[in-house]
Structure formats: C-alpha cells, structure tokens
Ligand binder design. Structure first.
Ligand SMILES: NC(=O)c1ccc[n+]([C@@H]2O[C@H](COP(=O)([O-])OP(=O)(O)OC[C@H]3O[C@@H](n4cnc5c(N)ncnc54)[C@H](OP(=O)(O)O)[C@@H]3O)[C@@H](O)[C@H]2O)c1
Length: 240
C-alpha cells in the first residue's frame, strides 16, 4: 500500500489526514512535536497496527527531521504533506494590546517564527524527503497553504505574518515544483478552507472531515501536469 508522511499530525487537519488514509489501508508516517502527548494519534494505533509509524519531528529542528529520514532509510513516500503551521490573529494583534494592521507595533519576532515554521520548514522537510518521494509510485508533495496566501485575493489588511508566510509557501510550491519536476514529482499548494480546528476556531464553517475528504479527492486526480498549481479543498483552483 502507499505511504503518507504528514507533519503536524497530532491534531487538526494533520490528524484527520492520517485517520482517513489509514482507513483506506495506507501506511502513515505521522510526525509531531511530542509523540508522548499525541493522544489522537495513539488512539488510531489500535486499528492500524504497524501501518502507523509515529515519529518525533519539530519542523524547525533540523536534527529531528534528519533523524526521521534515517529511520525511514530511503523507504518510499507516495504523499508528503507539509501540514504543520502556525497563525497570528487578525484584529486582536499578535502583540497584546496592539492592532495588527499597525506595522510599528507588530510582533516582529513572532513574524519570524511564523516564516520559519510555515515557509522555511516545508522547504527543509521537502528537501530531506525528496529522494523518498522520488522512490515512490505516486510522487506527490503537498504544501498546506491558505486562501489568505493569495495575493490576487487580498482585500483586508493585517495578518501580515500569516499572509506573507503562506504567499511565500505558494512561491516555494512553484519554485520547488520546477526543481522536482525532472524527477517526476508533482508539487502543489492547497488551501483546506476555513476549518474547525484549534487554528481555525469554532466558528469556521467547514468540518475537518469534509476538508480532508475534499483535499484527498483532489490529490487522487493530480498528475505531473498539475505541478505548481494552487487549489482550494472544494476542487476550485485559486489565483496566486
Ligand atoms: N483550520 C483552518 O481554517 C486553516 C485554514 C487555512 C490553512 N490552514 C493550514 O492548515 C495547516 C494545519 O492547520 P490546522 O487547522 O490543523 O491547525 P491546528 O489544529 O492548530 O494544528 C496545527 C498543527 O501544526 C503543528 N505544529 C505547529 N508548529 C509546529 C512545529 N514547529 N513542528 C511541528 N509541528 C508543528 C501543531 O503541533 P502542536 O500540537 O505540537 O502545536 C499541530 O499539530 C496549517 O498549515 C494551517 O496554516 C488551516
């Protein structure tokens, strides 16, 4: 059966991706910062047996990424999903008491952390596992972006950190896609929609089950011709 590797797999969209693919009989390498506290993943282990491989990986920790690559020892990864991500919040600001459209008072250190986690880390992870993906049948790399990363669709101020990070991730999709195309690897960016997770909050209109089902339907039909494309979970392509 094919193998999936997901970062940030202990909750939210990452956990649901692992759950649905395991249900379909896939093998999953579920990466998370703290496996000991990953109750959601451990709950899946009883049904999945050795098809579920839980690995420690902070995506900002190069040593932990390399350690997972060593454990895998070149094993094929059909679907690599760079899912781990963090966000700032619009309106309330990321620095207490400051509205985030005010660039002077913005939390610039947190901005760097967001860029590290949402852009640099997916680049590092993709580089580390590119050989594993190239060795697989499906050869698909997914960048979990956001509709808020679309420059063409930007109509509000604020959320500078998250927006620039996801716009950067979109550019990484295009440029890494070009790098990996020669090896038959498809690289796409996908927006999961505003979804009820810790990050999305309770008022989001989309359930994780529906978001993941929509994304999986897209992954299913992609070919190398689609490399460098930007999707919404509902099957629509988004403007960059
Ligand atoms: N939910 C939405 O509405 C929405 C919309 C657009 C895009 N997205 C994107 O979808 C992805 C998943 O979001 P979600 O909604 O599932 O959020 P979530 O429930 O907050 O989950 C985020 C996941 O990322 C992990 N993570 C954060 N920093 C990490 C790091 N340095 N190393 C490893 N893992 C790290 C978290 O792990 P810990 O538990 O250890 O913190 C958690 O597993 C993100 O990239 C997000 O930007 C979500």
């Amino acid at each position: 059966m094919p193998t999936l590797l997901v970062t940030g797999a202990n909750r939210g969209l990452g956990l649901e991706l692992v759950r649905q693919y395991l249900d379909d009989g896939w093998n999953a390498v579920a990466c998370c910062r703290n496996p000991d506290a990953a109750d959601g993943l451990r709950a899946l282990a009883s049904g999945a047996g050795d098809r579920l491989n839980i690995q420690r990986m902070d995506v900002n920790n190069a040593d932990e990424i390399t350690a997972v690559a060593k454990v895998l020892d070149g094993a094929p990864i059909d679907l690599l999903i760079n899912n781990a991500g963090i966000v700032d919040s619009y309106g309330t600001g990321v620095a207490e008491g400051n509205d985030d459209p005010d660039l002077k008072n913005y939390d610039h250190e947190f901005w760097l952390e967001i860029l590290n986690t949402n852009v640099v880390a997916p680049g590092r992870v993709t580089g580390e596992f590119a050989d594993n993906v190239a060795a697989s049948d499906k050869k698909l790399v997914v960048m979990m972006t956001s509709g808020l990363g679309s420059i063409a669709n930007t109509w509000q101020g604020g959320r500078y950190a998250y927006r620039t990070s996801k716009a950067g991730l979109n550019m990484l999709t295009r440029s890494a896609g070009e790098w990996l195309e020669a090896r038959g690897i498809t690289v796409i960016a996908i927006a999961p929609g505003w979804t009820r997770t810790e990050l999305g909050g309770p008022n989001a209109p989309t359930a994780v089950e529906a978001s993941v089902a929509g994304m999986r339907a897209i992954f299913e039909k992609l070919t190398i011709e689609d490399t460098g494309t930007y999707w919404n979970f509902d099957g629509q392509q988004l403007p960059w």
